[in-house]
Design a protein. Structure first.
Length: 277
C-alpha cells in the first residue's frame, strides 16, 4: 500500500513548480564538423507575448512645425518689386486728379441751375416717373419721352400715350414750378411754357452756385491734406532728402493755388450768367 505524501512535501513541491525553469542549451553536432557542437537556446513554453519596442510617434508640435515649414517652403516669397511704394515727393498725379474731379463736379452742379432766362432741359429729363401706383419702381423721364427746348417753351414728346398722365403728374409735383399743357395737334406731345426768371429765382440760383463752390473748395482742401500726409510719411521713413521734401511742399502749394483759382473763375462766370436778365 502506497503512502500519501506529507503536507510539508506537497508545499515544497508546489514552490519548486512555481520557480522559473532555466533555459538550457542543446548541443547538436554539425554534420560537417562533428567535433564542433552547435548551441541553440530553447524557448520556454509560455503564452506571454514578447515585448517589442514601440515606434516613436511624432508629436503634434513636430507635425505642426513640419506642416508650417512645408507650407512656408511652398508659398512664394514676395519679391521686392511687388511691394514697392511711390517714394517720389514730386509726384502730384493723385493731387491733380483730385483737383480735376472737383472741377468737373462743380461744372456739373452749375449746369443744372437755371441760367437767366434759359432753362436746362436736363432738370426735366432727370425727373423720376412712377408708371404703376402699386409698384415702387420708377423710371427716368428722359427714358420715356424726348425733351426739346424751343425758345421759351419745352416740347415733350412721349413714346407711349399711356405714359402722358404719369409724366404730367411727375412734372407738377416737382419743385420746378412748371405746368405742362397738351398739344392741340399731337396727342403724344406736351408743351411746357417756361416762366421768366424773377429776382427771387436768380438769388436762389446764385446761392446754389455758392454752395457748389464751397463743396469744390472742400474737395481741394482734402486733396491737399492727403498730399501733405504723403510727404510727412516720406520724411518719417527718410525716403527723401529734406531739401527735396521742402521743394515738393512748395510746388504742392502752387498746384493747390492753381486749382483754387480755377474754381473761382468757374463760379464767377456762372454768377454773371445767373444774375443776367
Amino acid at each position: 500500500m502506497n503512502k500519501l505524501p506529507s503536507p510539508r512535501s506537497l508545499r515544497t513541491l508546489s514552490t519548486l513548480c512555481k520557480r522559473p525553469q532555466p533555459t538550457l542549451p542543446i548541443r547538436i553536432h554539425s554534420p560537417f564538423h562533428p567535433n564542433t557542437p552547435l548551441c541553440c537556446h530553447t524557448r520556454t513554453f509560455t503564452t506571454t507575448p514578447s515585448l517589442q519596442k514601440k515606434k516613436d510617434k511624432p508629436s503634434k508640435s513636430r507635425e505642426s512645425d513640419s506642416s508650417s515649414s512645408s507650407s512656408s517652403s511652398k508659398s512664394p516669397t514676395p519679391s521686392s518689386s511687388t511691394t514697392t511704394t511711390n517714394d517720389d515727393p514730386f509726384d502730384f498725379s493723385e493731387l491733380e486728379a483730385a483737383l480735376a474731379r472737383a472741377h468737373d463736379r462743380l461744372k456739373d452742379d452749375l449746369s443744372k441751375l437755371r441760367a437767366g432766362g434759359r432753362f436746362n432741359p436736363e432738370l426735366v429729363e432727370n425727373l423720376r416717373v412712377s408708371l404703376d401706383k402699386n409698384s415702387k419702381e420708377t423710371f427716368k423721364l428722359g427714358d420715356l419721352a424726348q425733351v426739346v427746348p424751343r425758345g421759351r417753351v419745352l416740347n415733350l414728346i412721349a413714346g407711349d400715350g399711356d405714359h402722358l398722365k404719369a409724366i404730367t403728374s411727375s412734372i407738377l409735383t416737382s419743385t420746378l414750378s412748371l405746368t405742362p399743357q397738351p398739344d392741340a395737334t399731337n396727342a403724344l406731345q406736351l408743351n411746357i411754357p417756361l416762366p421768366p426768371p424773377t429776382k427771387e429765382s436768380r438769388n436762389q440760383a446764385v446761392s446754389a452756385a455758392n454752395k457748389a463752390a464751397d463743396k469744390a473748395s472742400d474737395a481741394i482742401r482734402n486733396a491737399r491734406q492727403a498730399q501733405q500726409k504723403k510727404l510727412r510719411a516720406l520724411a518719417l521713413a527718410k525716403s527723401a532728402r529734406p531739401d527735396d521734401l521742402k521743394k515738393a511742399g512748395e510746388r504742392m502749394e502752387k498746384v493747390v493755388e492753381g486749382g483754387s483759382a480755377v474754381v473761382k473763375k468757374i463760379v464767377e462766370g456762372a454768377r454773371k450768367v445767373l444774375e443776367s436778365v
